[in-house]
Design a protein around this ligand. Structure first.
Ligand code: NIG
Ligand code: FE
Length: 409
């Protein structure tokens, strides 16, 4: 039992993503209690209505007038990697762009070289540390991508590490297969052969072991073209893997329209959009996942969140935690940046980081709001003057306690 707190995100029976004006609706209940049983939210109400009959063996936690949030649902991350890349941080400060660093042997290929030599245990330990940090910062569900392997053995190694994280951590974990993240040097002049390796060798193995939930592709100039992405998504569909793709990060490429054609669960990044991109998403089921801490870190434009919201497109926000473009998994900062840089109102940003993030992992029936029957993954803040104080106090954590599956961690 959690008592005397303000409950946030009481979407009644709502298990679908929010769009348009709904995104700004975040139902609250002040001076409330919440009961968790068997790891789930079983009931809640105003303090005056606390039931006389409560379950035996009840543990009570005083929220001390803090806000009780559904945990952040981080639907886009790359937290399995072998080494950090501060040398690129310094190149970036000296004026090099993300593309120039990649062309100079840095970037994804740099991470792939290091990951190919790392043991599965070392990768697991490093990723587990990152995941613990994310949980401490309020994350209660996460999607993790492969994509630093780029060989059959290393992609399998990464996906098996993700599976181990899923088995060892008390939060939902979804896995995306991202071998189409960059062309390995040996396939630089033979794209068709690498695509064949993905479709004919990697995909059957991954499907066989049930290692991935989604297919991801970095569809971008200098990476995978729209035609190549089309071929990869079609092959993945044959193995039941739906797309969640990297689209329009550095240029308008047609990737969003292609994602919609393949009924992608989400198209992510969208730093560069035009009217055609926005209209292609209207009346689709595809979620637009925006990653403002990536824009912040590599100094690229921020996505047109207001244009997407006004066009009635469901918007989620996520961290993109990875060693190159976003070395942070702090969702509190993501929510602040969404307010400051994407001009989302605090309630919109909170919904985008909870219920819509859950929907972008097809977990909105299970988590992402304070709804009876959903997983009791929550965090409790210090007392705050208002809800908006959380994103307003950027770079600082207001989180006082973490609850996963109804248990204080
Ligand atoms: O989402 N853009 C592609 N992938 C990652 C960055 C990967 C890297 O630089 O290592 C991203 O930003
Ligand atoms: Fe990414």
């Amino acid at each position: 039992l959690i008592n005397i707190g303000c409950l946030v995100g009481l979407h009644p029976g709502n298990t679908r993503q929010l769009k348009g004006a709904q995104l700004g609706e975040l139902p609250l209940m002040e001076n409330a209690w919440l009961l968790c049983e068997d790891g789930k939210i079983s009931d809640f109400g105003k303090m005056g209505s606390l039931p006389a009959q409560l379950p035996n063996a009840l543990h009570t936690h005083d929220a001390k007038k803090g806000y009780v949030f559904p945990s952040w649902c981080d639907s886009h991350s790359h937290i399995v990697f072998a080494a950090s890349r501060e040398e690129e941080f310094e190149m970036k400060i000296a004026g090099k762009s993300y593309e120039e660093i990649a062309a100079a042997g840095g970037g994804i290929l740099n991470s792939a070289r290091k990951l190919q030599h790392a043991s599965a245990d070392a990768l697991y330990d490093a990723a587990a540390l990152r995941m613990n940090d994310m949980i401490r910062q309020g994350t209660g569900a996460v999607e993790i991508k492969s994509g630093y392997g780029l060989t059959t053995a290393s992609e399998l190694k990464m996906l098996r590490v993700i599976r181990r994280l899923k088995e060892s951590f008390p939060i939902p974990v979804k896995a995306s297969f991202l071998a189409a993240h960059a062309y390995p040097p040996e396939y630089k002049n033979d794209h068709a052969a690498y695509i064949k390796l993905i479709t004919d060798e990697m995909l059957p193995r991954i499907a066989d072991e049930g290692l991935a939930d989604y297919m991801d592709v970095f569809c971008e100039q200098g990476f995978f073209s729209v035609a190549e992405t089309d071929e990869l998504l079609a092959a993945a569909a044959g193995y039941g893997l739906k797309p969640k793709i990297h689209a329009n990060q550095l240029s308008v490429s047609g990737a969003v329209q292609l994602g919609v054609k393949h009924q992608a669960v989400s198209v992510d990044h969208l730093e560069v959009t035009d009217e055609a991109v926005i209209s292609s998403l209207q009346n689709s089921h595809t979620i637009a996942t925006l990653l403002p801490s990536c824009s912040f870190y590599i100094n690229i434009p921020y996505a047109n969140a207001r244009g997407l919201i006004n066009a009635d497109i469901p918007v989620a926000i996520a961290s993109d935690y990875n060693p190159g473009s976003t070395p942070s998994g702090n969702m509190n900062l993501v929510v602040s940046l969404a307010c400051i840089k994407l001009r989302m109102q605090p309630r919109e940003a909170i919904n985008a980081a909870t219920l819509n993030g859950a929907a972008a992992m097809e977990l909105s029936g299970e988590t992402g709001s304070i709804t009876k029957g959903k997983k009791a993954n929550l965090f409790i803040t210090r007392p705050m003057p208002s809800l908006a104080f959380l994103p307003y106090s950027f770079g600082q954590s207001q989180i006082e306690s973490i609850i996963l599956n109804g248990k204080i961690c």
